[in-house]
Ligand binder design. Structure first.
Ligand SMILES: [Zn+2]
Length: 237
């Protein structure tokens, strides 16, 4: 059986002498693995379809549990990501996050749209703010939304030193939850991302640290590329 689906390459690994196995985030069937045959030869027609960040319409042949890519037509390869090391790390955070939160059978359509938007923004030179927004959306789709509104205990807008409640995913006044300490700049960066605005560099950096910790706690998995990205943003720490 053969089917077509829009898909993004989350990972690509060598397989055998000449083949690769790609992990795809597909619109219709969530995450799945497929072989791309003969792509170690530099002239192979489907080379592009086995590259990380490739977003294309894939034609997949399914035989039992095995899938093979038999065709692909490129939507966007996000090639600018290969020329900027920070953007590359940020983009790798996007694909790693998708890979880690998608469980077998989970629908992938909305996450695919968010990931493609984020890779587009990172290719266009948008920095940490684009990654903050993507992680917020991805966490929400995974069932772990982050709320940065009024304190749920007293209804006031938190300011100054505050807390982030890791259980509930919500910012509170400093004495209204047992959360981890959070700064106002973190809170403001999260609000800015939701509002489609750019947070400050410091706020985005802090927000990424917090979202990375929250992601690890909720998914029991580490976004390894995020550590590398944060080191690039802030080499002294
Ligand atoms: Zn409060």
């Amino acid at each position: 059986m053969e089917f077509k689906t829009d898909a993004l390459v989350l990972r690509s690994a060598d397989y055998g002498e000449n083949d690769k196995i790609v992990t795809l985030l597909t619109a219709e069937k969530g995450k799945l693995a497929a072989a791309v045959k003969g792509v170690k030869k530099p002239t192979a027609k489907l080379n592009f379809a086995a590259q990380p960040f490739c977003f294309a319409e894939y034609v997949l042949a399914e035989k039992g549990a095995r899938r093979t890519v038999t065709g692909a037509s490129l939507h966007d390869g996000f090639f600018a990501l290969r020329e900027d090391i920070a953007a590359f790390y940020a983009a790798t955070c996007v694909t790693q996050a998708c890979d880690l939160i998608l469980y077998e059978g989970m629908a992938g359509g909305e996450l695919l749209v968010c990931a493609v938007q984020a890779l587009g923004a990172l290719s266009d030179g948008k920095g940490a703010g684009a990654l903050v927004l993507f992680l917020l959306k991805a966490l929400c789709l995974a069932g772990y939304p982050v709320r940065a509104g009024a304190c749920p205990v007293c209804g006031a807008t938190p300011s100054g030193r505050m807390k982030f409640d890791m259980e509930a995913g919500v910012f509170t006044c400093s004495d209204h939850s047992e959360g981890v300490p959070a700064s106002e700049s973190t809170y403001r960066a999260v609000r800015a991302a939701y509002a489609g605005e750019e947070g400050t560099d410091d706020g985005n950096l802090r927000a990424l640290r917090l979202l990375g910790a929250y992601f690890s706690l909720k998914t029991d998995a580490t976004l390894k590329a995020l550590e590398g990205y944060l080191r690039l943003l802030h080499p002294l720490h």
